[in-house]
Design a protein around this ligand. Structure first.
Ligand code: MTE
Ligand code: MO
Length: 527
């Protein structure tokens, strides 16, 4: 009878013009909108302090710092320099799934969704306040964001569980929630999420974006001039890498925004006197220009985490001398404004290789993602132990006292660059016509330089490639070789001999802990 009543009452309900979404879907929507509001309010509040204090940003940065080495390596080899986009997309998906879960769980009687929000809020707060650069207020964006999210989630959950008003006389429970009121609230919440998010990024742009500062930055004139002319003839790869093509590797989810006026470099630790140098005093010193090829320790054999540029900057030797480093010191721990650190042997910064505090790259102010307004450039060492971008502090110390970012994550303390070489043309798996085929690529062994490059076809003899100008010990060297290709499938292998006469290692080893080895080979079909 009771069931019959139900059926009857449902049948008596006027058929809606559109199919109505089940309540569970509405609950899921509630969770999504509440999460959007959390993120939006978090962005907005963070814009006032620091974008890095925003909940998603803080959690993403913490994830980067806590990522185990094998995962990081596979992320870099899968996504390359798109690893951050991949992380953001992945986080977005996870947040959306959690939001749906929280929405479905939250009812007027059960506050499980709110609890989930609070738990992840606590995680966000923990991530924000433990960031190396965190200020005392960095908990606020997450707390206010989560408060907004939970309030919304709660109000809407209660609304979903109360019957539609105005139809209280009969069968109200079967009417379900007032969907119109819910959708109104959800659109309002969604709009608020978008408005706070957009306002947050606009404010962040207004307060924190340094592109205008960068455009106004004039590149200092160097006291020396270098010969920029490169013999690109037969070169498969440009000798100088365009800034826009230069590989980017760092732990920053978004590059730090540091104006040249706000920037200063503190030199401290085992020194006679601590010094702080701002941009104005830096610019009174003589600037020099130098071509240096940067190389990432994560580069696989044949990989492209390497680039060559002309850097303009100031000798780190002179800057360190102002502070008077102690003879007992053997390391300089450089710190970036976002807390990244690198530990560099002090002699690499004080010997005659002219390590730089660079402010310009290929004649333009440093691109923001390459360290604006100042970074280190040290010939001969992998980037992770030397090339600190957005550098703000140099602590003169010892390897037995201080540990740098990657040295605490399973990478070697020291990172001299290993001799390596790469074939750029033909491409791997290419098909070429029989006859004369131009083979070419790059070889590097900074700061020893390259003496020779040799190419092998299948198991044949090693044959000398032509080395192109210029011949710098701190940059890569372009090479080319004319191949008289015969039809069939062939394998080409390249190897380099460094400036000290040592052959590149053919032993295959992974990038960690101190750089990959092995010879680059490509397969070519000749028709
Ligand atoms: N602040 C900061 N500087 C950094 C890093 C970083 O994660 N943060 N990564 C280093 C690494 S591992 C490399 S290989 C070089 C890459 O410099 P690029 O991005 O300008 O090519 O920067 C180095 N400097
Ligand atoms: Mo690197």
């Amino acid at each position: 009878m009771w069931i019959l009543d139900q059926v009857t009452s449902v049948q008596e309900t006027p058929t809606p013009t559109q199919p109505r979404p089940p309540v569970t879907v509405l609950r899921a929507v509630n969770g999504i909108v509440a999460a959007g509001l959390t993120v939006g309010v978090g962005q907005l509040v963070a814009a006032v302090f620091d974008r890095a204090a925003a909940p998603l940003f803080a959690v993403g940065s913490a994830v980067i710092d806590l990522t185990p080495k094998p995962v990081r390596e596979s992320a870099i080899s899968t996504f390359g320099t798109g690893d951050k986009t991949a992380l953001l997309v992945g986080m977005g998906v996870i947040v959306a799934l959690l939001a749906v879960l929280a929405g479905v769980l939250e009812t007027s009687r059960r506050r499980w969704g709110s609890a989930l929000f609070a738990a992840f809020g606590a995680l966000g707060v923990a991530a924000a306040v433990t960031r190396p650069a965190a200020g005392v207020w960095w908990f606020l964006p997450t707390v206010l964001g989560v408060a907004a999210g939970i309030t919304f989630l709660r109000v809407m959950a209660v609304r979903l569980d109360s019957p539609a008003t105005g139809e209280t006389d009969s069968g109200d429970a079967e009417q379900g929630p007032d969907r119109r009121a819910f959708l109104l609230g959800a659109s309002g919440g969604g709009a608020a999420a978008v408005v706070t998010g957009v306002a947050g990024s606009a404010l962040d742009h207004f307060f924190n974006d340094v592109s205008r500062d960068r455009s106004a930055f004039s590149v200092p004139r160097a006291v020396n001039t270098i010969d920029q002319s490169a013999d690109d003839d037969g070169g498969a790869t440009p000798f100088v890498t365009d800034n826009s093509d230069f590989y980017r590797i760092d732990t920053a989810l978004q590059p730090p925004q540091l104006t040249s006026g706000a920037w200063s470099l503190r030199i401290h630790g085992m020194v006679d006197r601590e010094v702080r140098i701002d941009m104005a005093s830096l610019r009174r010193m003589p600037a020099i220009e130098k071509m240096v090829t940067l190389t990432c320790v994560s580069n696989e054999v044949g990989g492209d985490l390497i680039g060559n540029a002309t850097w303009t900057g100031y000798r780190l030797r002179d800057l360190l001398a102002m502070a008077g480093p102690s003879d007992d010191a053997d390391m300089v721990l450089s710190t970036s404004s976002d807390g990244f650190t690198a530990g560099t042997p002090i002699e690499a910064l004080t010997d005659d290789r002219d390590s730089l505090l660079a402010v310009a790259m290929n004649g333009t102010p440093l691109p923001i993602e390459h360290g604006y307004p100042a970074r280190m450039v040290v010939p001969g060492l992998y980037g992770y132990v030397s090339a600190t971008k957005w550098v703000v502090s140099l602590e003169v110390t010892r390897f037995d006292r201080a540990k740098a970012y990657w040295s605490t994550r399973g990478w070697s303390e020291k990172g001299p660059i290993k001799t390596s070489s790469r074939i750029d043309v033909p491409r791997d798996s290419a098909t070429v016509n029989a006859g004369r085929v131009a083979v070419g690529g790059v070889a590097w062994a900074q700061p020893r330089g390259i003496n020779a490059v040799q190419v092998q076809v299948d198991d044949g003899p090693w044959q000398s490639a032509r080395l192109l100008a210029p011949d710098n010990i701190d940059t890569w060297r372009l090479w080319s070789w004319d191949w008289d290709a015969t039809s069939g499938d062939h394998t080409l292998t390249v190897r380099a001999i460094d400036g000290e006469g040592r052959q590149q290692s053919a032993v295959v080893s992974r990038p960690d802990p101190d750089g990959s080895t092995g010879l680059h080979t490509i397969d070519v079909s000749v028709s």
